[in-house]
Design a binder for this molecule. Structure first.
Ligand code: GRF
Length: 189
C-alpha cells in the first residue's frame, strides 16, 4: 500500500478528485493532507473523507525538518502538490526525489515561475494571444515549476475566450488527467 500526501493551499478541487479517485483503491491511499493555510478549503475536504490533516507554519517548514518526521509517521511514500504555493525546501526535494509531483495550469516552460499562479497565468496566456494552453505535471525540484516534465495535455484558446474561459478549460483538463497520471507514477515509482 502506498500512502500519498497531498499539499494544497487553496480550495482543493484537484485534491478532491485525487481523494475520490483513490477512495476504493487496494494499493494507494491518500493518508495526509497538508496545507500552509489553516482555513484552506482543502482541509474541509480532507476532514469530510476522514483523512488526517497537517497545517504548516512557515518557520517549521523552512527552518526545521520536522515535517519529515510527520510524513514518516503517516508512512508517506509519494507527495502530490495540488495548488501548493510555497517553494519546496531542499531537504524535502531530496527525500522525495522522483516521488513528488506538481501540477501547473499552463504548458511549461511557458508561463511558469514565481508569481505565475491562478488567474495570472491565464491572463498572460490571453494577453500574448496564445492559440493553445494546457496543463503540465512535473517532478519537483528546488525551483518553481522547473522539475522534469512527465505529462502535458493541451486545449485550444479561441480569440473570444476570456481568462475565466481559459481557466475553466484548463481546470477540466486537470481534473480529467491528474488522478490518472498520479496513479501511473505511483505504480511506477
Ligand atoms: C490548479 O490550477 C493547479 O494547476 C495549480 O493550482 C490550482 C489548484 O486548484 N497548481 P484547486 O485548489 O485544486 O482547485
Amino acid at each position: 500500500m502506498t500512502h500519498l500526501a497531498i499539499f494544497a493551499s487553496g480550495t482543493g478541487s484537484n485534491a478532491r478528485k485525487i481523494i475520490e479517485h483513490f477512495k476504493n483503491s487496494p494499493d494507494v491511499r491518500v493518508a495526509l493532507v497538508v496545507s500552509n493555510k489553516k482555513d484552506a478549503g482543502v482541509l474541509d475536504i480532507a476532514r469530510a473523507h476522514d483523512i488526517p490533516t497537517q497545517v504548516l507554519a512557515r518557520k517549521m517548514f523552512y527552518e526545521t525538518e520536522d515535517l519529515l518526521g510527520i510524513l514518516k509517521q503517516h508512512d508517506i511514500g509519494f507527495i502530490v502538490l495540488a495548488g501548493f504555493l510555497w517553494l519546496i525546501p531542499s531537504y524535502l526535494v531530496q527525500s522525495f526525489d522522483k516521488k513528488m509531483v506538481n501540477i501547473h495550469p499552463a504548458l511549461l516552460p511557458k508561463y511558469g515561475g514565481k508569481g505565475m499562479f491562478g488567474r495570472h497565468v491565464h491572463e498572460a496566456v490571453k494577453a500574448n494571444g496564445e492559440t493553445e494552453t494546457g496543463i503540465t505535471i512535473h517532478y519537483v525540484n528546488e525551483h518553481y515549476d522547473e522539475g522534469d516534465i512527465v505529462f502535458q495535455a493541451r486545449c485550444p484558446v479561441r480569440p473570444e475566450d476570456t481568462p475565466e474561459d481559459i481557466a475553466r478549460k484548463v481546470q477540466q483538463l486537470e481534473h480529467q488527467h491528474f488522478p490518472l497520471v498520479v496513479e501511473h507514477l505511483v505504480r511506477a515509482s
